[in-house]
Design a protein around this ligand. Structure first.
Ligand code: HGY
Ligand code: MN
Ligand code: MN
Length: 397
C-alpha cells in the first residue's frame, strides 16, 4: 500500500485546528461541541475524498465504509475538557491514511471509525458503548454531563447527519492505534507497545449532604461540613486500600462540586467523582465494597449519603491472532517493541463485544496525556503508522 506519512502528518496537524487551545498542541473538543462536530464533518469529507462511504449513526459515531467485508481501524476525535492533539486523533488519522492508500491500491479492504464521546462527557466511552450494545440508547440518553445536560439533548446536534445504524458483521476485526499516555515506552526506549489487555474501570459519583451555614459564626463542634466529610472519606480510603491494591491499581477523585462553593459558607453539599481501575475484576469489586463501607461510616457522623449509578467496564484481553499480527509487523519494520498492558481505557474495550480487537501504542513524551502538554515525536507517529499499515495489510479479509 502506498501510504504517505507526510500526508498523514499534515492532516493530523489540520485536525488540531478544530478546537486548538492552550500552550503547545492542546485541543478543547468535547463530544458534540461546535469544534467536535466541525472536526467530524471535516473527517467525513476526507473519508468521501478517499473513496470511503461516510456514515454517521444517531449517536454521532462516524464510519468510513468500504464495500464488502473489511477490517475496521480507528479511535475517536473528541477530547477531554483540556486535551492533547493525539489522544484518539492519532488512531483516526492513521486509519484514514491507511484506508485511503488501500483504496488507491485497489485493496486490502479497510474501513475507518471515529467513535463519539470516548472521553466520557456522559460516562465512559459512550459512543462505542452504545454501538456495541453495552449501553442501551434510551438509558444512555438520560446520562448527564457536568453541567446537567442529558446526552439525549446534546446528541440532537447530530441532526440531519444521522443515518441508519452500521452493521458490525461486515467487519472481521478492529485495530486501534493510540498514544501510550503513560511512561513505559518513553522510559524503556521501545518505539511500539503491543497491548495484551486493557484494564477494567469503575466510576460513580458520591454525594455527602451536610448543613450549609455561616463560616464565621458556626462553631466547629456543631458544623456538618460536607467538604470535611469528603476529605475524611478520602483519607480513610487511602489507608484502607493499602491491603488490597497493587502498584498498578489507580483511583481518582477528579471532579468535585461543593455547594455553594463560596469562601464564607460552610459547604452544605459535596458531590464528587470516584473512579478506580485495575486489571483484576475481583480487586475492582473489593475496592467497591471498601468505598461503600467507608462512605457509609463517614456519613454516620451526621451526613446524608447518595451513590450515583455505577459505570463498569471489565478488563479485556486482546485477540491473540490480531496481537500476533501487530508483533509480526513491528518485527518486520525492525523497530524495538514490547508487549504491555493498557492502563487507559479505549473504545476497543467495547468493540471486543462484537469482534476480535487489538491495539498498538507509540510513546508519549514524558508519559503525559489528558493535558495540553501531551505530545509524541513525529518519527514515532510515522513508525506507528507503518506498523499499523503492515499489520492491517496482513490481517484484512
Ligand atoms: O480515561 C481514559 O482512560 C480514556 O482516555 N478516556
Ligand atoms: Mn483516547
Ligand atoms: Mn483520553
Amino acid at each position: 500500500m502506498p501510504i504517505q506519512p507526510q500526508r498523514f502528518l499534515d492532516e493530523l496537524h489540520k485536525l488540531r485546528s478544530f478546537g486548538a487551545a492552550g500552550v503547545g498542541k492542546g485541543v478543547v473538543r468535547p463530544a458534540y461541541s461546535t469544534a467536535d462536530m466541525a472536526a467530524r464533518d471535516w473527517v467525513a469529507e476526507r473519508m468521501a475524498e478517499a473513496g470511503l462511504m461516510p456514515r454517521f449513526d444517531e449517536v454521532g459515531n462516524l464510519f468510513g465504509l468500504t464495500e464488502g467485508p473489511s477490517l475496521l481501524l480507528g479511535s475517536h476525535t473528541d477530547s477531554q475538557p483540556e486535551g492533547g492533539w493525539l489522544d484518539g486523533a492519532l488512531g483516526v488519522m492513521a486509519a484514514l491514511e491507511i484506508a485511503r492508500a488501500a483504496q488507491e491500491a485497489g485493496g486490502p479492504a479497510i474501513s475507518v471509525v471515529n467513535f463519539q464521546d470516548e472521553e466520557g462527557r456522559f460516562g465512559v466511552t459512550t459512543g462505542s458503548g452504545i454501538w456495541s450494545g453495552g449501553l442501551v440508547l434510551e438509558e444512555a440518553d438520560t446520562l448527564v454531563d457536568r453541567a446537567g445536560v442529558p446526552l439525549g439533548e446534546a446528541r440532537k446536534v447530530v441532526g440531519h447527519r444521522a443515518g441508519a445504524g452500521v452493521d458490525a458483521s461486515q467487519f472481521s476485526g478492529f485495530l486501534e492505534m493510540h498514544i501510550e499516555q503513560g511512561p513505559t515506552l518513553d522510559v524503556s526506549g521501545d518505539r511500539i507497545g503491543v497491548v495484551e489487555a486493557i484494564v477494567g474501570i469503575r466510576d460513580m459519583s458520591i454525594t455527602f449532604d451536610g448543613a450549609q451555614n455561616h463560616a464565621g459564626t458556626t462553631p466547629m463542634g456543631t458544623r456538618r461540613d460536607a467538604a470535611q466529610a469528603m476529605m475524611q472519606f478520602n483519607a480513610l480510603l487511602n489507608e484502607r486500600f493499602r491491603n488490597v491494591v497493587t502498584p498498578q491499581t489507580v483511583w481518582t477523585i477528579g471532579h468535585v462540586n461543593l455547594h455553594p462553593n463560596a469562601a464564607s459558607v460552610v459547604p452544605g453539599r459535596a458531590q464528587f467523582s470516584m473512579q478506580w481501575r485495575d486489571s483484576d475484576k475481583d480487586r475492582l469489586d473489593r475496592m467497591e465494597a471498601i468505598i461503600r463501607e467507608t462512605a457509609e461510616e463517614v456519613a454516620q457522623s451526621g451526613f446524608g449519603l447518595t451513590f450515583g449509578p455505577l459505570l463498569a467496564l471489565e478488563p479485556v484481553a486482546m485477540d491473540p491472532t490480531l496481537q500476533n499480527g501487530l508483533q509480526e509487523a513491528a518485527r518486520a519494520e525492525g523497530v524495538a517493541w514490547r508487549d504491555m498492558p493498557s492502563g487507559a481505557l479505549h473504545d476497543a474495550t467495547n468493540v471486543a463485544r462484537l469482534m476480535p480487537v487489538a491495539m498498538l501504542f507509540v510513546p508519549s513524551i514524558g508519559g503525559i496525556s489528558h493535558t495540553f502538554e501531551e505530545d509524541t515525536a513525529e518519527a514515532d507517529l510515522v513508525t506507528g503508522l507503518n506498523v499499523l499499515a503492515r499489520a492491517a495489510a496482513a490481517l484484512a479479509p
